[in-house]
Structures are given as C-alpha cells and as structure tokens.
Design a protein around this ligand. Structure first.
Ligand SMILES: CC(C)(COP(=O)(O)OP(=O)(O)OC[C@H]1O[C@@H](n2cnc3c(N)ncnc32)[C@H](O)[C@@H]1OP(=O)(O)O)[C@@H](O)C(=O)NCCC(=O)NCCS
Length: 134
C-alpha cells in the first residue's frame, strides 16, 4: 500500500540506521501506537521534509490491526494532543485508498499533486499532497 518505502525493505541494518537517524532528529515527533494497553500496533510520526521545508505526518499500522479504526484514532490523537504545529502536510500515493481515507477523516484537504519514484512499486507513481490547516 505504502509506495515510498525504503530501497531494501528486508535490510534490517538499513532499517535500524534509518530509525536511529529519525529518532535523533529533534524536529521529529513520534509516538508508538499501543492497543488495549499492551499491544504495539504501529507508529505515527511527524518530520520536517527538508526538500519542501514543511512538516509532514506518516503512520504505519501492523496488518493484524487493520480495519479497526486504529490509524484514524491514532492520527487524530497525535494531532490533537502531541503535534499541534500547523499547517501540517501529508503525501499519499493515489492508489493508497486506506491512507487517503484516514487523512480525510482527520480533516486533511488535497492541496496538490506530485510524482515520485516509489521503491515499493518499482516505478514512478502519482501522489496527492494534503494539508491540515487548523
Ligand atoms: C493505510 C493504513 C494506515 C490504514 O490503517 P487502518 O487502521 O486500517 O485504518 P482505519 O481502520 O482507521 O480506516 C480508516 C478508513 O479507511 C478505510 N480503509 C482502510 N483500509 C482501506 C483499504 N485498504 N482500502 C479502502 N479503504 C480502506 C476504512 O474503511 C475507513 O473508512 P470508513 O470509516 O469510511 O469506513 C494501514 O493499512 C497501513 O498502515 N498500511 C501500510 C502503511 C501505509 O500505507 N501508510 C501510509 C502511507 S501514506
């Protein structure tokens, strides 16, 4: 579903290095999503896109927990209680309907479109750029 993934998704060292980098970035904020008080279900984070100079959100839910409203609840709580900087942006591949819906339910509006090479698809894909103003 997610298009803009790492180049080598099975490379654990690359994964850990990437997360080390994100976690040492003070401008980022991140939260682990804990379900039923003890189950780690995923994460929500924000980061400064250095190319575009804007704050963006990203999230990932473990497949076992899809379709239960977890992403919507987690993103809403993240934006209401933790990351309150506005505007804040999100980018989503046009064919990632689930993620697009999560953003819509959290009041993000489409403000643009783009294209980028997506490792997960092995080709260039089209994306929507969405913005949460307030
Ligand atoms: C996309 C993702 C975050 C959705 O998480 P989730 O917890 O299942 O989402 P929710 O249960 O909160 O669903 C929110 C809405 O999206 C819809 N939805 C969820 N997955 C969907 C899918 N695959 N296709 C169509 N609609 C979908 C739900 O029906 C719901 O809409 P509704 O309330 O109108 O019925 C999850 O599938 C995921 O982590 N995918 C892999 C990583 C990814 O794509 N991250 C985002 C990159 S931009």
């Amino acid at each position: 579903m997610a298009a803009f993934t790492s180049e080598k998704p099975n490379d654990k060292d690359a994964f850990l290095n990437h997360w080390r980098k994100i976690r040492s970035d003070n401008a980022s904020g991140m939260k682990t999503i804990i379900l039923d008080e003890s189950i780690i279900a995923g994460y929500v984070l924000s980061y400064q896109d250095l190319d575009l100079g804007q704050l963006e959100v990203a999230y990932w839910i473990g497949k076992d927990y899809w379709g239960r409203g977890v992403a919507t609840r987690a993103l809403a709580e993240f934006l209401n209680n933790f990351q309150k900087t506005r505007p804040i942006f999100a980018r989503v591949a046009k064919d990632n309907l689930g993620s697009f819906r999560v953003l819509q339910k959290c009041n993000f509006k489409v403000v643009g479109e783009g294209k980028g090479f997506a490792n997960a698809r092995g080709k260039e894909v089209e994306e929507f750029v969405l913005k949460l103003e307030k």
